[in-house]
Design a protein around this ligand. Structure first.
Ligand code: MSP
Length: 521
């Protein structure tokens, strides 16, 4: 088994405070990072901020700040949000970091030396909010950006170009030979079709403003913000100086991105890397976009969801769970408070919380909180629960590293529902009444199932995962991934800890959240 796993979020523009979209990509990456660590991999999880470019310079001017003052004032908001969301990143990179500036200049020089960069003149359109070049025919009516639908600017200036056209065939070959390079598959088709229509050389420097990394050999130019930003993935693994670190972690195993920035990651980025003689990442996974109550999130509509406030109101794990349960990861989805509350009460309070609650109270009532040694006859449904637990573990071991997070949650909830069914079918209350020995096996199986569920749900809901492990009094051996290869590694004879309510039901009324004071859930 390969030992390292290097995964990244996009680096976020710091022209404004973070919103739900930012929280979404970062939490997804965190879930995968936590699961890979649990599997014993040497994980390197990178996130950070994209701080150069015209968009930031303009946002700063508007506020009467220097670009550096603006980004310095906003970076702490991102870091606080990640703390609030329990994001376990290994490095928070900023494109104004000195090692990054060196790395960008180095790779630029490499591409130049390899004959892929030349000086010319750019004449065309530019969308500042998207930091993207467009030709006339790309625009939508009224000279608007096809992505964000805002007005674009016409520019005509001296520029360095990257010979992107030279990489057309190499890129198509890359997509074909590496079916996992672009995920989901329908996105791969989109990118492939785009490349097949032909690629033009790409302008990779600007002269109209100064907030960026100067081009080596010609300091009148600043490097195009996307060339700068993409290189962050190399900087963080020591490129170009720390060869040992680069060798250890590069190529990245997974870049997680939103669908809007997939082309940058699957066309420009591999082309730059090939030009510099470096390996390309193994997988780029694009997720969809959130709308809010059916509408695009936007400042002017005043419907931007602030993830910090969302977590304050509902609690971190409920939000982490909701984002990946509600919408198939990879597809677009819609946020609404009613859907959030329905998921929380239906699946967290009822299905999962209540399962813990009923199991722990039965162990308390029938066995004085001690996990019994399984005994008595083994029935079909006992075999079934064993089989399903191990199968679920196997399934999520393949799904989570491939960013199939909603599919993984589906499997996990199928198992949770099965365990609830197991309890209803075996009816431990009757076994107890009738003094049947099988009660021991059924109760043991219930707790063993909870041990599996603890591990399945922990990457998604780390805080609750720790609470579950604590309630079940699990020791290190019982939490090791090897102990989930087979059923029955839960130790008997141990005392469970005091049960706590994991997910109390909530009531939501006009922006107010009330946590129910019920014993259930
Ligand atoms: N700075 C670039 C990325 C450079 S990576 C080398 C950038 N930054 S961003 O801040 O605009 O967006 C970052 C991520 O947030 C993107 O992956 C984007 O898809 C995601 N989202 C922004 N709005 C979103 C939604 N409404 N819904 C889901 N994700 C969205 O692009």
């Amino acid at each position: 088994m390969e030992k390292k796993f290097y995964l990244t979020t996009p680096i976020y523009y710091v022209n404004d405070i973070p919103h739900l979209g930012h929280a979404y990509t970062t939490t997804a990456t965190d879930i995968i990072a936590r699961f890979e660590r649990f599997l014993g991999k040497d994980v390197f999880f990178l996130t950070g901020t994209d701080e150069h470019g015209l968009k930031i310079q303009k946002a700063a001017e508007k506020k009467g700040l220097s670009p550096k003052e603006l980004v310095d004032s906003l970076v702490p908001m991102f870091k606080e949000l990640w703390k609030k969301l329990n994001i376990s990143y290994d490095r928070f990179i900023r494109t104004t970091d000195s090692d990054h500036i060196k790395a960008v200049r180095h790779i630029f020089t490499k591409c130049y030396e390899n004959g892929d960069i030349y000086l010319g003149e750019y004449e065309g359109w530019y969308c500042v909010p998207c930091e993207t070049y467009y030709t006339e025919k790309d625009l939508i009516e009224g000279n608007l950006c096809p992505m964000c639908k805002r007005p674009v600017e016409k520019i005509k200036e001296e520029s360095y170009f990257f010979r992107l056209s030279k990489y057309e065939d190499k890129l198509l070959e890359l997509y074909e030979k590496n079916p996992d390079f672009i995920k989901p598959d329908f996105r791969k088709k989109e990118v492939t079709n785009f490349v097949k229509q032909g690629l033009k050389d790409l302008s990779i420097s600007r002269t109209g403003f100064t907030w960026g990394i100067p081009v080596p050999l010609n300091e009148n130019h600043v490097i195009y913000v996307w060339f700068d930003a993409l290189t962050n993935y190399l900087t963080a693994v020591g490129y170009p100086e720390n060869k040992e670190m680069t060798k250890n972690y590069w190529p990245a195993d997974l870049h997680l991105v939103g669908k809007d920035i997939l082309r940058f990651h699957t066309i420009y980025w591999p082309a730059f890397l090939m030009s510099a003689g470096l390996d390309v990442p193994k997988e780029v996974f694009a997720h969809g976009w959130w709308t809010v109550e059916g509408e695009k999130m936007s400042k002017s509509k005043g419907n931007v969801i602030n993830p910090y406030e969302l977590v304050e109101k509902f609690g971190v794990d409920r939000i982490r769970f909701f984002m990946f349960r509600e919408v198939a990861f990879g597809m677009d989805g819609d946020f609404s408070y009613s859907k959030l509350v329905a998921r929380i009460n239906g699946e967290l309070a009822n299905d999962l919380g209540n399962l813990f609650n009923r199991t722990l109270s039965m162990i308390k009532k029938y066995k004085g909180e001690i996990i019994p040694q399984p005994s008595g006859e083994i029935t079909e449904i006992d075999k079934e629960i064993e089989k399903r637990a191990v199968e679920t573990f196997d399934a999520i071991k393949t799904l989570i590293p491939k960013a199939e997070l909603t599919k993984a949650l589906d499997k996990i909830w199928q198992f949770i529902n099965f365990v609830n069914l197991y309890i209803d079918r075996t009816a431990p209350w009757n076994l107890n009444k009738e003094g049947k020995e099988e009660l021991n096996r059924v109760l043991y199986n219930m707790v063993e199932a909870l041990r599996f569920i603890t591990i399945f749900t922990s990457p998604f809901m780390p805080e609750s995962g720790s609470k579950m492990a604590e309630m079940l009094n699990l020791d290190n051996d019982e939490l090791k991934h090897e102990s989930f290869k087979t059923w029955g590694n839960l130790k008997s004879g141990k005392k469970l800890n005091e049960p706590k309510i994991l997910f109390p039901r909530i009531e939501y009324n006009n922006g107010e959240v009330k946590i129910a004071k019920t014993k259930k859930g």
